[in-house]
Design a protein around this ligand. Structure first.
Ligand SMILES: C=C(O[C@@H]1C=C(C(=O)O)C=C[C@H]1O)C(=O)O
Length: 174
């Protein structure tokens, strides 16, 4: 993977959807850590119980923040799917190219999931901040494209992570 670093400073990304897009990228980059944690273990890529628990938390946090819980859950569904796009892609790569397999295995529960939970809070904040921007309009799609392209360049996303980002951003202008 070429993306490395994962430095995607919110302030430098273009447009009103820049911060939301940048956080979505940070979550996608954690997909690498999730894949490293699970590859070669009994933990499957899909963990429906964990997903249910996250989506319930999202609904509660959205209600608390005064934004639409159903729309927020739909947005998170896409973030979770995007994370699994990364995991599946890296599994395929590592299966075909054993020399590229990770040498370290992060701890999913202690190390990786707390970082995902932190990002959940930030995404809820950005969903609230972008409430008026996220509409099914040409303007929204233009602003999204602007944020997407600038973030892809900044984070140097490879094809796999760009595909994941496309999945993650699909519900933004809805
Ligand atoms: C990221 C994980 O893998 C999958 C993706 C999830 C997510 O993006 O939040 C949650 C559960 C799994 O289906 C994980 O197990 O934590």
């Amino acid at each position: 993977a070429v993306h490395s670093g994962g430095a995607t400073p919110k302030g430098n990304v273009v447009g009103p959807l820049g911060p939301l897009t940048s956080i979505a990228v940070q979550r996608i980059l954690l997909g690498d850590k999730v894949a490293e944690a699970k590859f070669g273990t009994d933990s499957p890529i899909d963990d429906p119980a964990r997903e249910q628990q996250e989506l319930q938390a999202v609904a509660a946090m959205a209600a608390n923040a005064g934004i639409d819980p159903d729309a927020s859950v739909r947005f998170f569904d896409a973030q979770i799917e995007a994370n699994k796009v990364v995991q599946r892609g890296l599994y395929a790569l590592w299966t075909k190219h054993p020399e590229l397999r990770p040498s370290e295995r992060p701890d999913l529960t202690k190390d990786v999931r707390p970082k995902l939970d932190q990002i959940t809070t930030e995404i809820i904040e950005q969903l609230k901040a972008t409430r008026d921007t996220r509409k099914p309009t040409a303007t929204c799609h233009l602003q999204l494209l602007q944020a997407q392209l600038s973030t892809e360049l900044r984070a140097r996303l490879d094809a796999l992570h760009r595909r994941a980002l496309k999945t993650a951003l699909q519900p933004v202008c809805t």
